[in-house]
Write a protein of this length. Structure first.
Length: 499
């Protein structure tokens, strides 16, 4: 976890950009991501060089070679300057004078990372191929570079690098519409703690944003199965064959790629594409889908794959994504996804038909109803989380319902930490058989499939919960009348004195 000193240092870097006419949060974050990636390349090689020196060997395939990188020439063919690979390394150019640093980074370092990544077929090469420096001056660049170079930040450590990226992502949530890309990390963590992903699973987020669900899954697996990472085959699978994501915003793809790289997933299978279109053909493939898909407005059906509309003939975005999840999961796969509350209580035909499909053809396991303002400050929409297994053969016998009242933060624009939180309780109780003993007066309980069918497939929480009404004792009415008469006497006496 980041301490106050680290947060203040990162805030100073961010504010230095913001106060110098760099007022687009997503651009600022993307630029810092590029620079962190450049620093990470150098830090990794420095570690390899130190190990090689200790064992008296040479490192294989260094990122930064020795000798010349470029020698720009003038119109007469004469060499203007010589740029070496050493000039491209963070620990060197971070100490250059302001304008030389700006020149080298803008004209050569970014060219190098574009060329470097074009040599490989991986997520980084796909989304760093057109990277460019958008920091407008050497003065601002110097402040950012020197800030990130602060040894007290310990950015050479993967855990700290990951924490810094997560903290920077939180900046998007307080800067207008960019906040739509960020699901609160404690909500993501709650979902992952409940789902307990395992090494070897194919995990997908078809609307990945900054890859929060994929990152949290990777971190959970590393923390809970550390012994398996000593096996080369497990390490290969973890890096190349487990984490899949799609996104339609190129900047967020870069941020998500760096987020995964910082959490030691070197080659996540993430792509620039619309998951609802024919560009995404996966069917019966994934073991798990963890997501918070877009849920606003309607979509032109001409842009949607027929394989999706065959499951749900609708223009409603959230229903189309729910249908997509049913298509891409394999039999036995599971899903945990955030949706607007209308998915569980809207009475429209498309909504009802999809709920019926989940209950009759799949295995709906649980619904967690979250309070309004979870997504503040940029949205007050009321949401829920659906948990289901794909069976294509039914299996729903009872469904666990939980009414979350608090998530550990104030439900206003500030979202400050508070003591009240249901998250630990949710993780402990999730679908636990002991919940059978809970009553309809509690905040969580099971409802049977028969009850849901009788309610015409409504999953509205208040259709099943009972409210305990406490008996209130009032004074005898004669006493109340007597008090009123006494008050009237006092009032009349005062009125007489006034007269």
């Amino acid at each position: 976890m980041m301490d106050v000193i680290t947060r203040n240092k990162i805030n100073a870097i961010w504010d230095g950009m913001w106060n110098n006419q760099m007022a687009d949060a997503k651009t600022n974050l993307t630029q810092i991501i590029y620079l962190l990636y450049i620093k990470m390349l150098d830090d990794n090689q420095l570690k390899k060089e130190a190990d090689a020196k200790r064992f008296g060997v040479e490192i294989k395939n260094p990122t930064f070679k020795s000798g010349k990188y470029k020698e720009p020439k003038d119109d007469n063919g004469d060499v203007i300057e010589t740029i070496t690979y050493e000039d491209l390394r963070w620990h060197n150019f971070a100490r250059f004078p302001t304008e030389k640093m700006f020149h080298v980074v803008k004209d050569f370092v970014f060219q190098f990372i574009r060329e470097h990544n074009n040599q490989a077929d991986n997520a980084v090469s796909r989304f760093m191929g057109d990277a460019k420096l958008d920091i407008p001056s050497g003065k601002i660049l110097e402040k950012v570079v020197r800030g990130l170079d602060d040894p007290e930040l310990h950015l050479e450590e993967k855990d700290m690098l990951g924490d810094v990226i997560e903290y920077l992502l939180s900046k998007l949530a307080v800067n207008g519409e960019n906040g739509q890309f960020r699901t609160p990390r404690h909500i993501i963590q709650m979902i992952i703690d409940v789902m307990k992903p395992k090494l070897g699973m194919k995990i997908c987020d078809p609307a990945m944003g900054s890859a929060g669900f994929l990152m949290a899954s990777a971190k959970y697996i590393r923390n809970h199965e550390p012994e398996k990472f000593n096996e080369p085959d497990s390490y290969r699978i973890f890096n190349n064959e487990m984490f899949y994501g799609n996104e339609t915003d190129m900047d967020m793809l870069r941020i998500g790629t760096m987020n995964m790289t910082a959490h030691e997933v070197s080659n996540p299978q993430i792509f620039y594409r619309n998951s609802l279109s024919d560009d995404f053909t996966a069917t019966d493939y994934f073991d798990a889908v963890y997501a918070n898909p877009p849920f606003s407005g309607n979509i032109d059906l001409n842009d949607i794959s027929k394989s999706v509309t065959d499951i749900s003939d609708t223009k409603v975005t959230e229903l189309l994504f729910l249908a997509l999840f049913l298509r891409i999961l394999r039999i036995g796969g599971n899903c945990a996804s955030i949706f607007p509350i209308g998915v569980v209580n809207n009475t429209g035909k498309a909504y009802k038909d999809l709920r019926k499909l989940l209950i009759e053809k799949q295995r709906l396991k649980a619904v967690i109803y979250m309070p309004k303002n979870i997504f503040k400050p940029y949205s007050g929409v009321e949401t829920c989380i659906l948990f289901f297994d794909k069976t294509d053969n039914g299996g729903t016998d009872k469904v666990w319902l939980y009414q979350m009242e608090n998530d550990g933060y104030s439900l206003d624009d500030k979202r400050l930490p508070v003591e009240e939180s249901d998250i630990d309780d949710i993780v402990a109780r999730f679908c636990n058989e002991s919940e059978i003993e809970r009553t309809r007066y509690d905040k969580s309980f099971f409802v049977t499939k028969e009850e849901i069918v009788a309610k015409k497939y409504s999953l509205k929480f208040n259709d099943y919960r009972k409210i305990q009404r406490k008996a209130v004792e009032y004074r005898d009415s004669k006493e109340i009348v007597k008090d009123l008469e006494d008050l009237e006497t006092v009032f009349n006496d005062l009125l007489s004195k006034i007269r």
